[in-house]
Structure formats: structure tokens, C-alpha cells
Design a protein around this ligand. Sequence first.
Ligand code: PLP
Length: 418
Amino acid sequence: MTIDFEKASFKDFEDIEGMDPFGRAALFNEYSIYKRGRGQMNYRQLALSGCGPEITLQIPGVSCERFVSMVSNDYLGFTQHPAVVEAAISSIRKYGSGVGASPAIGGHMDFHEQMEQAIARFFKRDSAIIYTTGYTSNSATLQCLLRKADLAIVDQAVHASVYEGCLMTNMKRFPHNNLAALERVLSASKGKYRTMIVIVDGVYSQDGDIAPLKQIIALCKQYGAYSVVDDAHGTGVIGKTGRGALELDDLFQEVDLITGTFSKTFAHIGGYVVASAELINFLKFQSRQHLFSASSTPAAACVIKAIELVDQEPQWMQQLSEKTSYLKSGLQSLGLNTGITESAIIPVKIGSITQNAQICRLLLDAGIYTNQINYPAVSMKDARIRMSVMATHSYENLDAVLNAWEWVVTKSNIKNFE
Ligand SMILES: Cc1ncc(COP(=O)(O)O)c(C=O)c1O
């Protein structure tokens, strides 16, 4: 079996016929060396400072050390907010470094309970469960709720954690944000499964666009399907008070499950599901990754402060919105294709995987740290550079990004890449 390293993506190494895992690992290692040697493996960069608008990186072959960082999902900058940092430290002082058990058998502290109450209240609901990652919130919940007799209907652009959650059930995908296609699947599937559940994101992680939730939830009700909205990227960023995409049409009571993460706006790690009290109680005792895995550490109590700050300090959301518009219009005036984003995620569409990698490297050379997004995170011909704006970026930071892109456009005749 030979793989053309120039055209390959990570996906090509997942499962190779006749090759055992160690053989695949050896081949992938060769591929990594090949790509790294050409400056095209711009992942797992070693950071020597915390997440923020600027970051110190150690990258072999790149002379620059201090970069403007466009890779963080800490949209409101709360990971560095003194009140959030203090909340984590004082919780560690009070409770120690870990909790020593899973929630059902000794690891459910009062701060966990408060986190659950705070996130439920944030979405104007009564009940929530927390998990140790946002990924598990989706994967564990869906695995718990959906089995062989059921059907998951997913927007094709949902996060990998949703796909993992659907491994034990039937799954149908519909083209991204395509309501007619969703209705066709619902109509064709009605009556054929024990449960139908539609899973979408609020804000999509690669394009930054928003789901038409009002229409999606209406279709769910019409065809007797449950609805799940993962708003990992919309929370704290979208809606008048930062409640995310559901706030746009006040759908908090209409949706069946809201899932999300504490690793973006809420400045820590962990995730949650907000739903009816019965469903949450079921998950607390039936969802294996919650039941059989240790609870989040005392540092997680800082999430409670971060949730409060969304309301107490609305200036961060305001600044994020202004800075996002500034960067987006600057990129567009350079002739770059930023797609259909409506959030703080700004993609610049490049197309080819190799050219995308080259541009990511050129941006690093210019002191700008961005994400190189390729297949399978997006479709094969849709490679892009992804940037996330933070409320704490300075206009100087954003001008540096625009200057770097201007240089890249000249150097690489980027319009050929569209
Ligand atoms: C839409 C979406 N859902 C879930 C997750 C998983 O969250 P976490 O990284 O906190 O596990 C992510 C992470 O990037 C995401 O983008």
C-alpha cells in the first residue's frame, strides 16, 4: 500500500487494509517527517506562555518567538481575567488539587452542584449535568440516549464528538444548514425508528455561521423528533446577552437538549448538558462517562465566575463584536474569501491542503499564529486558515494580522487559491 504524501490527509492513515496499527503508526510517522520537513505540519506548536492575544512559541526553523495569536477560543479573554484566575486558585486552596472520585461515589462537591445550577440558570432552565470535557458532553450523552432502534439526524458539519456519540445508533446526515434536506430525512424516517433526534450546532466551528434554529426546532416538532443544539462557539459571543444562537429567537424552552463546553468563553475545561430534570437525572446515573469517571478538579469552580462575568461585564462582548467586524472587513478588502461567518470565527478559504499549509507557515514567518484546517475537519477542497478573534486583541494586533495577510497575498498570488 502506498500513499502519496503530497495529497494525503490524516484521515488516510485511520484504517489501512491489511496494515496493523503499528504499521500504520510507522507510515504516519514517515508522513509527519515529510510534512514537517516542508513546513506543512503546523500543529501542536509548543507554547511557552498562556492563551491570550499574544503568545510565545518555540517553532523549529521559525526565527520569531512572539506571535499574535489567532487560535484561541477564549473569546472574551476570561482565561486571564483576574477574577476568574482568583476563583480557580481559591477553590484549589479550599478543596485541594483533585476530587478523588467519580460523582456518584464521592466526587460530587458543592462547587460541582453550583456549576450545574449556574449553567442551567444561564440558559433559563432548571437542570444541567457537567462532564469533564465538552467532547464528552456530546459523545457520552448521545451514546447514553441512542441505541440500535433509534435514529440520529445530524447536520454534516457537526463536531467530531457528535459523530462519536452516534456510533451505537443509526445516523443520517443532511447537507449543512439545508432545511429542505432535513425535512426530507425527517419525513422519510418518521415511524421507522423508536426515537428521532436532530443534532445541530448553534455556531459552526469551521465556517462560523449560525444554524436556522427556529426553523430546525419547528421541523423537529412537526415530525416528532427531539432536538439537540451544541452551541460551543455561540455561547458568550452571540445574542444580546451572550446566551448564544438560541437567544436570537428565544428558543431556550423549545429545544430539548443544549450542550456546550467550558473550554471556550467560560475559560476552563469541561462541558455540560442542559435539559429537563428527568433527562438530567437519567444522565447522572446512566451516562457511563459521567458515572465511571472522576469529576472535574476544584479549579473548575472558576467557571462559575466566568458565567457571572458574561452579565457583569458586557463590555467584553461589545469589544469582541467590534474587533471581529474590523478584522473581517479588513480581510475582505484585501480580496480574501471569509465565507459566511457571523461569529468571532473567521476563516480565510484557500482550497488546496498544501497551499493552505504553506500560507499558515508564511503567516508564522510574519509573526501571526493561525490554524491550518484541512480535511477531514472540512471537505477535501475546502482547506482554510481559521482565525478566532478575542475581545482582548488590540487594534495593533489586528493590524499586524492584516499587514501579514497583505504580504501573503502579494507573495503567493493568493487569488489563485480561491
Ligand atoms: C462545536 C464543538 N462542540 C464540542 C467541542 C468539544 O469541546 P471541548 O474541546 O471543550 O472538549 C468543540 C471543540 O472544539 C466544538 O467546536
